[in-house]
Ligand binder design. Structure first.
Ligand code: IFM
Length: 459
C-alpha cells in the first residue's frame, strides 16, 4: 500500500455503485417491459452517441455471479444498485412479475452471502414506457404509482435490505428530461418540468412515510446530485446569476427535502418567467420533507456561473466547472466537496447523516487508450483526493457515513453510451464483455484491506 493511510470510522460504508439500465442488459427477458430508455434507444432518436443502447449493456443480468465474485474480491462492505421498475411491475402498476423478483432475490442473497450490504435505489431513471404514455412524472398519479412500486419493493426485499434510496438525482430526470429535453422523455417544457419535479419530491416523501409504516428497521434516504454554483466575479449580476442557478437547480430539491420549502428566490423567478404551474401546492412539501435517515449526495463537481442576457432560462451561463473528468476539463474539485459537506452540516446542525452515494471519474474513449484506462492512476488520484476531503469533513464534525465510488464496472453512460468509462473494472466490449481489473480496482482493494487492519488495531 502507498502512504495513503487515512482511517475512517469503524462502521463506515465503503462501496461502489451502479444502476439497472446501465449494466443489466436482458432488456426484454423474463417478462421485463420497455422503459423510457429502452424505447428512446430503440427509436434511435439521436440522443445517445452512435445510437448505442442498453439492450445487452454489460450483461450483468446473466453474469451477476461473476460480478458478485469481483465485488467480494474488491472487499468493499456495501454495494449500491437499482431495481428496474419494468422487471418488477411490467405495466408500471398492477401485477408483480415474480421472475423479476427472483432475479433481485438472487442478487441480494448473493451479496449477503459474500458479506456485502445491499444499498438499493428504487428508481434510477428507467420509468416504464407504459407510465410515460400516461404522462410519466408530469402526471400527478405518479405519486401513487411510485408509492405502490415502493410498497412492492419493501414487501419482497425489505427483510434483507437495510438501506433504501427512493430516487436518484431528481434534478436530472425531471429537468433534463422534461425541460432541457436531452434525456428521455425528451420534452422541452419548463412548466412541465417544475410539475414533474414537484411530483417526484412528493412521491419520494410518500415512499419514506410508507417505509416507516411498514415497521421495517432499515434506513431510507434519497440521492441528490449537488452541484454548487459559484459566481464568476464579485459583480452583483454574476452573484445573482449564481444564486438563481443554485436556487433553481440542485438546491431546489435539497431545500425541499431538507428544509421543507422551495428556495424563495426560485419560486420568485419561476413565477416571473411564467414557469410556475398554477396547481402546485407548496404545502405538500411537508410530505417531501418527511424525515430521512441519511442524505445521499452524488458529488462530481462545482460550476462557475455569470450573468449573460438571454442565456439559458435565467440569463446565466456556466463559464467553467471544477469537475475531474478525463473527457472535459480536468480540474480538481475535492475542495468543493469539503465545502459542500460543511454547508450540509451548517444547514442541518450536523444532525443529518450524509452518504456519498456517488463520486467518480469518467474517461472518454476518444482520448484515453485501453492501456491508459487499465493503468488508471488518474482515477486513483481522484478517489484519494475525495477521500481526503471527506476525512477532513468527518474530522470537522460532518456525519459522513459512507462513500460509494461510481462505478463498479464500466457501463452504459447514458448520452455517452459506451464511450465513457467510469468503472474500477474494465469491460471489454470487443471481446465478449470480459471483465478486467483496472489498477484502481487493485488500489481500492488494498485501501480497504488497510482499513480492515487499522480497525483491528493491528497497525
Ligand atoms: O452514470 C451516472 C449515474 O447514472 C448518475 N450519476 C452520474 C453518473 C456519471 O455520469
Amino acid at each position: 500500500m502507498d502512504d495513503f493511510d487515512l482511517k475512517f470510522p469503524d462502521n463506515f460504508l465503503f462501496g461502489t455503485a451502479v444502476s439497472a439500465y446501465q449494466i443489466e442488459g436482458a432488456w426484454n427477458k423474463d417478462g421485463k417491459s420497455e422503459s423510457i430508455w429502452d424505447r428512446h434507444c430503440h427509436e434511435k432518436t439521436g440522443i445517445v452517441r452512435k445510437n448505442y443502447d442498453g439492450d445487452v449493456a454489460i450483461d450483468h443480468y446473466n453474469r451477476y455471479v461473476e460480478d458478485l465474485d469481483l465485488l467480494k474480491e474488491l472487499g468493499a462492505n456495501s454495494y449500491r444498485f437499482s431495481l428496474a421498475w419494468t422487471r418488477i411491475l411490467p405495466e408500471g402498476t398492477g401485477w408483480v412479475n415474480l421472475k423479476g423478483i427472483e432475479f433481485y432475490n438472487r442478487l441480494i442473497d448473493g451479496l449477503l452471502e459474500r458479506g456485502i450490504e445491499p444499498v438499493v435505489t428504487i428508481f434510477h431513471w428507467d420509468l416504464p414506457a407504459a407510465l410515460q404514455e400516461k404522462g410519466g412524472w408530469a402526471n400527478r398519479e405518479v405519486i401513487n404509482w411510485f408509492t405502490e412500486y415502493a410498497r412492492v419493493c419493501f414487501k419482497y426485499f425489505g427483510d434483507r435490505v437495510k438501506y433504501w434510496i427512493t430516487l436518484n438525482e431528481i434534478y436530472v430526470f425531471t429537468y433534463r428530461g422534461y425541460s432541457l429535453g436531452v434525456i428521455p422523455p425528451c420534452i422541452r417544457d419548463y412548466k412541465m418540468a417544475v410539475k414533474a419535479a414537484h411530483h417526484a419530491l412528493v412521491a419520494h416523501g410518500s415512499a419514506v412515510k410508507l417505509y416507516r409504516q411498514t415497521g421495517l428497521n432499515g434506513k431510507i434516504g434519497v440521492a441528490l446530485d449537488l452541484v454548487p454554483k459559484t459566481a464568476g466575479s464579485e459583480r452583483s449580476e454574476d452573484k445573482y446569476a449564481a444564486e438563481v442557478a443554485n436556487a433553481t437547480e440542485s438546491f431546489y430539491f435539497y431545500d425541499a427535502i431538507v428544509k421543507g420549502a422551495y428556495p424563495e428566490l426560485a419560486v420568485k423567478v419561476l413565477k416571473e418567467k411564467n414557469y410556475w404551474p398554477d396547481d402546485i401546492d407548496e404545502k405538500e412539501l411537508k410530505t417531501a420533507s418527511e424525515k430521512i435517515d441519511f442524505l445521499g449526495v452524488n458529488f462530481y463537481g462545482q460550476q462557475t456561473v455569470v450573468y449573460r442576457k438571454g442565456a439559458g432560462r435565467f440569463d446565466s451561463e456556466i463559464i467553467s466547472a471544477n469537475a475531474e473528468n478525463v473527457a472535459y476539463d480536468n480540474k480538481p474539485c475535492a475542495d468543493d466537496c469539503f465545502k459542500l459537506m460543511m454547508k450540509i452540516k451548517e444547514d442541518t446542525g450536523g444532525r443529518l447523516p450524509v452518504i456519498i452515494t456517488e463520486n467518480g471519474m469518467g474517461s472518454n474513449t476518444d482520448v484515453v487508450s485501453r492501456q491508459e484506462e487499465l493503468n488508471d492512476g488518474f482515477r486513483i488520484d481522484y478517489i484519494k483526493k475525495h477521500l481526503t476531503a471527506l476525512k477532513k469533513a468527518i474530522d470537522s464534525g460532518v456525519d459522513v457515513k459512507g462513500y460509494f465510488y461510481w462505478s463498479a464496472f464500466d457501463n452504459f453512460e447514458w448520452n455517452w453510451g459506451y464511450d465513457q468509462r467510469f468503472g474500477l473494472v474494465y469491460v471489454d466490449y470487443e471481446d465478449d464483455l470480459k471483465r478486467i481489473k483496472k489498477k484502481s480496482f487493485l488500489w481500492y482493494k488494498e485501501f480497504l484491506e488497510e482499513q480492515g487492519r487499522m480497525r483491528k488495531g493491528k497497525i
